[in-house]
Design a protein around this ligand. Sequence first.
Ligand code: AMP
Ligand code: GLY
Length: 420
Amino acid sequence: MNILILGSGGREHALAWAVMQNPKCDRLIVAPGNAGIAEIAECASFDINDRGQVVTFAEENAIDFVIIGPEAPLTSGVADRLRESAILTFGPSAAAAMLEGSKAFTKEICDAANAPTAAYGHFTQAGPAKEYIRQQGAPIVVKADGLAAGKGVIVAMDEETALAAIDDMFGGAFGDAGAQVVIEEFMEGEEASFFVLCDGQNILPIGTAQDHKRAFDGDTGPNTGGMGAYSPAPVMSDAVVKIALEQIIQPTVDEMARRGTPYQGVLYAGFMIKDAQPRLVEYNVRFGDPECQVLMMRLGAQVLDLMLACARGQLDQATVNWGDDHAITIVMAANGYPGAYEKGSVINGLDGIPEDSWSKVFHAGTALIDGKTCATGGRVMNITARGETLSQARERAYKMVEAIDWPGGFNRTDIGWRAL
Ligand code: AMP
Ligand code: GLY
């Protein structure tokens, strides 16, 4: 079949790498793609958030299956338009993508589904929001309602910070995303991510992971999109997974179906876990980046069959063929990230790295310029490895990092510390 993947990050490189290994994939196009993706698939250029452009491209290229990577095309309704044109698509409708698009919506669903999550208030005006903060006291968490590129959450350890966040949000610091705010109880515990495929009705877990959000070692420095991840996450024991499915995921999926907006695609749940009880922090309606890289490393080619079963509403007939393995990915980012960073620095040493089912470099922000691999983004490469144990995978990954000669970039040296 002819397959189109939308997106350009390390997540989409990993998806492309897994999908193209499946014999069902005859032709793979990624839009817009990146330099790493261009080595294994065709890259195409059009506006992936424009529903019309996506459908036209898919029809002109006889695409049989579209996999949508990032959240923006999902909240724009690209999946809806593709399905209207009878093109098989992996990814939720715009209505179901509200689970990521609006934090207030997610809280409302949790209420209806009776799913454990932080207590909250939802506000459209600064005055009552501030009153709520003064009543509740700190620590407290202030969230812009809409998509804010991961920057719309302020975990305030004191009241002043929380009140200032309200002024920022209603002052327009996050644009429309901040026109409404959700204020949440601060939850203590250990964070982990849980990924399930969902065909509107049936649920299939496809892995757990832990991310490292801070830029520097020891979980210090500014928040980022994620500096490294590993799978599985030890804190997501079988018992915790069972509770998560029964108390949070299944009730959410049932509630979405009951409302006439069934959820189809990958559902990424962020949990806070304390005393083996998970509580929902947030939903995302896509794979995590870099969590996807470790999931794909573990799942490999079967992921295409699973995504097809998901899109066709046949997940009840699908099973995951698990290896008893662990995967880790180390993000290499341009110096300065997540602030202003330099673009165009040359990356050497990639040719000498062995790439097989145990080790793989996924590209995020790279471009081929005059035959040289250059950094063009903030997060630039994901050095990914698999092993029989996490320490084996980790050792393998850091050996690859050492072989890369890139003075323009940096990486954390402690990915996986919590699990080891
Ligand atoms: P989110 O964008 O909702 O994932 O929030 C970003 C990060 O803020 C999460 O990964 C948590 O580390 C933290 N966070 C969000 N909500 C809470 C909460 N209610 N209690 C404690 N930490 C939170
Ligand atoms: N790595 C976090 C995310 O993709 O949202």
